[in-house]
Design a protein around this ligand. Structure first.
Ligand code: THU
Length: 133
């Protein structure tokens, strides 16, 4: 699957986001170490802290589906009809970190509003991991 196809998968699933509080639709699409695709979207809740991010949904789908490592993750967020800058929140950087390697690619629309690929080390330097335990 090409990067463009992975971005399209993230854009497609974000249409299913449940986000009545924020109206910010996010989709995430993961390719695991075997090339298998997993998707997720944000699911909000009237009790705000119970909401979950798109990345969390896609990571849960990956683990449940037998995937072990994130090869590439694309994240797309924005209004119902247009994507805008959407870099992963701090909590999701940590979630991605659990399953990321040095060559894992995180594809997002960066703060310059262009699709860019980042490494986890760039987004979460000096991360806490099992190596710290
Ligand atoms: N959101 C995500 O799904 N992923 C992120 O990395 C950033 C934020 C969601 C959470 C909430 O439902 C909405 O976007 C607005 O913050």
């Amino acid at each position: 699957m090409t990067d463009d196809e992975l971005i399209e998968a993230a854009k497609a699933i974000r249409k299913n986001a449940y986000c009545p509080q924020s109206n910010f639709y996010v989709g995430a699409a993961i390719i695991d170490e075997t090339g298998k695709l997993y998707i997720g979207c944000n699911v909000e809740n009237a009790a705000y802290p119970q909401s979950s991010c798109a990345e969390a949904g896609a990571i849960s789908a990956m683990v449940a589906g037998g995937g072990q490592r994130i090869c590439t993750i694309a994240i797309a967020g924005g209004t119902a009809h247009h994507t805008s800058s959407c870099t992963p929140c701090g909590g999701c950087r940590q979630r991605i970190s659990e399953f990321a390697d040095t060559d894992t690619r995180i594809i997002v629309k960066g703060n310059n509003n262009e699709w860019q690929s980042f490494t986890l080390t760039h987004l979460l330097p000096e991360a806490f991991s099992s190596a710290n335990l």
